[in-house]
Design a protein around this ligand. Structure first.
Ligand code: PDD
Length: 295
């Protein structure tokens, strides 16, 4: 791995970048993060990502003592320190900082800001061409009144445990239900089905992360006249779907052709999914060339 990281004002190589063992991000998992990617080396959709970072931070009473411009400047400076990367994965991590071992949010004087820039991991072309298998796992998505999945927090054990189950079954992603038994989201992505030409994804109220790519798919719906809706999904809706796909910043739109060994639709990426994938890439390229990618 070749990476650079901004750590509280200094940009360092991957071997030098460190945070204190007393940081609450390390000892308590007390922090929030965002994952962005670049297109044409420009951070994509920076504004919605930073808005979500602020919302996550507010939900854990964590100050973000930086303006959006100051954060973007730091992201750009970190990217500039990795000139060899064609496209980058950018992880912005903001933790409570260093302080006494207390859950009192005032126990730390200032937050720790880390920005990691590394090569964007490539998803195998076969995933996009042939689709992937995901696993409906037994791990339930966090109850929103326990640890709200809307908080993109460094507490990722729920996600990691779900993904461990998927990995044991050789699946690409883990699909979780919520505490009510409804289909919710995946460990690192949002989930959609397509039925009778309509793309449906569970509502935020199902207890999931408001994905930036998920929101972008709603915009693509307007662009393509493909109806994209929020709707409660149950297990049977998955089995009866014509198509399914997952969305995330780093992977864009990935067709799902099997869930827990059961074939979805014809078992190959469907026309609606393929159209959305195509328009996604065209829109991203257009935004980049218009210089509007950060917005
Ligand atoms: N994952 N749901 C969960 C639980 C996620 O962690 C993510 C993002 C998403 C998709 O959100 P977005 O479209 O904003 O990337 C949904 C990122 C990529 C990660 O943690 O690496």
């Amino acid at each position: 791995m070749s990476a650079v990281a901004y750590v509280n004002g200094t940009i360092l190589g991957e071997r030098e970048a460190m945070v204190s063992v007393f940081d609450h991000g390390f000892v308590f998992g007390e922090g929030v993060y965002e994952v962005l990617r670049t297109y044409g080396r420009q951070p994509f959709l920076f504004e919605p990502h930073v808005r979500r970072l602020r919302e996550s931070a507010a939900r854990i009473a964590l100050d973000v003592p930086f303006t959006d411009e100051a954060l973007l400047d730091r992201v750009r400076a970190t990217l500039a320190a990795a000139p060899d990367l064609e496209e980058a994965y950018i992880r912005i991590v903001l933790t409570r900082g260093v302080g006494e071992f207390s859950y009192d949010p005032h126990s730390c004087a200032s937050p720790t800001l880390v920005i990691i820039v590394k090569a964007l991991g490539v998803t195998a072309p076969s995933a996009y061409e042939q689709g992937v298998e995901i696993r409906l796992v037994g791990v339930t998505r966090n109850h929103p009144q326990s640890l709200n999945p809307r908080i993109k927090s460094n507490n990722l054990l729920n996600n990691a445990l779900a993904m461990q189950e998927a990995i044991r079954h050789g699946a690409f992603e883990a699909l979780m239900k919520n505490y009510r038994g409804e289909i919710c989201e995946c460990s690192q992505s949002n989930f959609f089905i397509v039925k009778d030409g309509v793309a449906t994804t569970p509502p935020i109220e199902a207890g999931l992360l408001a994905g930036i790519t998920r929101a972008f798919v709603f915009d693509l719906g307007l662009e393509t006249d493909i109806p994209v809706r929020e709707g409660l999904l149950r297990e049977d809706d998955v089995w009866q779907a014509d198509e399914a796909f997952i969305t995330s910043t780093t992977r864009e739109i990935v067709p799902v052709v099997r869930v827990s060994g059961r074939v979805i639709g014809p078992g190959s990426p469907g026309p609606i999914t393929r159209r959305l994938m195509e328009v996604y890439r065209a829109c991203a390229a257009r935004l980049v060339s218009a210089g509007a990618a950060a917005h």
